[in-house]
Design a protein around this ligand. Sequence first.
Ligand code: ZN
Length: 215
Amino acid sequence: MRLVEALCELFLPAACASCRRAHALGGGLCGECALELGAGGPLALATTRAPGTPPVVVAGAYEGSLAEALNEYKERGRRELAPVLAALLDRALGVLAEEAPGAVLVPIPPTRAARRARGFDHVAALCAPLGRTHRCLIARPRPDSVGLTAAQRRRAARSSLAAVPRRAAPLAASGRPAILVDDIVTTGATLSAAAAALSRAGVTVAAAAAVAAVP
Ligand SMILES: [Zn+2]
């Protein structure tokens, strides 16, 4: 049965990652969804709860066609969606261009286990076409958050990311600010941990940008 499914995936045109009804064109979406997603919604400042989270500009709410496309890209390896998602991210970053001139993009890294499961670093892949990317964070394995108290969860989030000294040091020395980049923002705990890790390494975090925020 699995072989049949694999063969179908090889020879039948993939369904649109957003509506799943029409056949996908080159970018993983049907024409209608490509237009809808490409147009994007109004840019917004995400509402985050974690203390120490930098201001986060997002290209839309994590719902509807944007949520579908992000899930297909991230969890089902539909990498052909990268250009449309990167373009949305670029729109969000456009707002920050004046606020943080000369800033470099620092993508939030996946844990090694998540990267292995997905087969790629999905946030870095979105940053790649935008250039000026500096991958200077690493993710530590995270404990299962089930059963943790709120304080334990905050501590786990704080220690989940670290700056790689040999990569962060040149950035700190250059004096250029960093803009953190993630795919989806929920509470802001990850961005807050990333900002703290970079700050300890002497890097100033000006802001963050993400494709979508959980409303
Ligand atoms: Zn569609």
